[in-house]
Each structure stands twice: as structure tokens, then as C-alpha cells.
Design a protein around this ligand. Sequence first.
Ligand code: QAP
Ligand code: CO
Length: 167
Amino acid sequence: MALLNILHFPDPRLRTVAKPVEKFDDSLRQLVSDMFETMYEAPGIGLAATQVDRHIRLLVMDVSEDRDRPRCLINPEIIDADGDEEMDEGCLSVPGFYEKVRRAENIRVRAHDEFGEQHEFDASGLEAVCIQHEMDHLEGKLFVDYLSNLKRNRIRSKLVKQQKKAG
Ligand code: QAP
Ligand code: CO
């Protein structure tokens, strides 16, 4: 088990487009386990491999109150979407900032688990928002990209200042 380093906006590595997972082996399962540990410790409700500088199509999440429903999605696809909804979002890669983002309200998802089994399920509300947010990371996209240039630039300069202070 290991805690992984989380990249912070505006690190250019967060803009990498992730590649599909091809081998469902022990090293993949080790990464999944380290990502869960990192997410729970943060604490966060979702973490994409991109955020820990591993550029493969993998995300972990747990939107349950009791933090006892870990879910791992590999090579996820949204195969249906309807409705829209605005929710306050944050991101472990954009610490301290929360803004409203509009996304699909209900989605149908197809993904593999860490053993290579394919699953399909419906998600709504926070779970659906979290999946869409984490899938954006795999495309090199961040929730701040949905904000005005003014808001995004303010967030960028505050984080750059903090990162300089922290060394
Ligand atoms: C994505 O985000 C998400 O700023 C997951 O200081 C968030 O786990 C999807 C976090 C909201 C839907 C709604 C953020 C922790 C965690 C921070 C997270 C912070 C500490 C964010
Ligand atoms: Co995020």
C-alpha cells in the first residue's frame, strides 16, 4: 500500500489524454489499491489515474456517506445520458475551490472492473456527476475548464502562489 502524489492545477501533466487499459494484471490491481488509499486519505469521493500521473483509463470513487462502497471503473464509457443538473464541484487537483458545473443528470455506464469483467449500470445525482468529472480527467479536462476565463485565471494564480510558497 502506498499514498500517491496528487498533481495540482495548472500542472500540464493534467492535460494528458489517457490510454486504454489492456492488461488486467497484479500491477494494475496494485495501482487501484494505492489510488483508493490516496482518495480515502485525502479525503475525496473520486480520483482519476491522470491525477496521480498515470495516464491510463482508470478511476476510483466512493460517493457513499459511510465511505464503504469503493468502485473502480476501467475503460469507462457513457452509453446513454439524459437530463441536466447543476452541482457544486471540487477536485483534489484544485484544492480549496468549489464552483457550479452543469452536467447530465442520468447516465448509463459501461466499464470493466480490475479483473477485466465488463459491467453496465445506471447512475444519477452525485454518482453520475462524479463519474463525468473523473472521466473528464482521462481526457485531460478539469472542472475549471467549464468556468469563465476570469474565474479560471483567478484560481490558477492563487494556486500558483500557494505552490510557490509551499516550495
Ligand atoms: C470530484 O472531488 C467531485 O478542494 C471528486 O480541499 C467533486 O473528491 C465530483 C477535495 C464534487 C462531484 C462533486 C477537494 C478535497 C475533494 C478540495 C473530490 C479539498 C479537499 C474533491
Ligand atoms: Co477532479
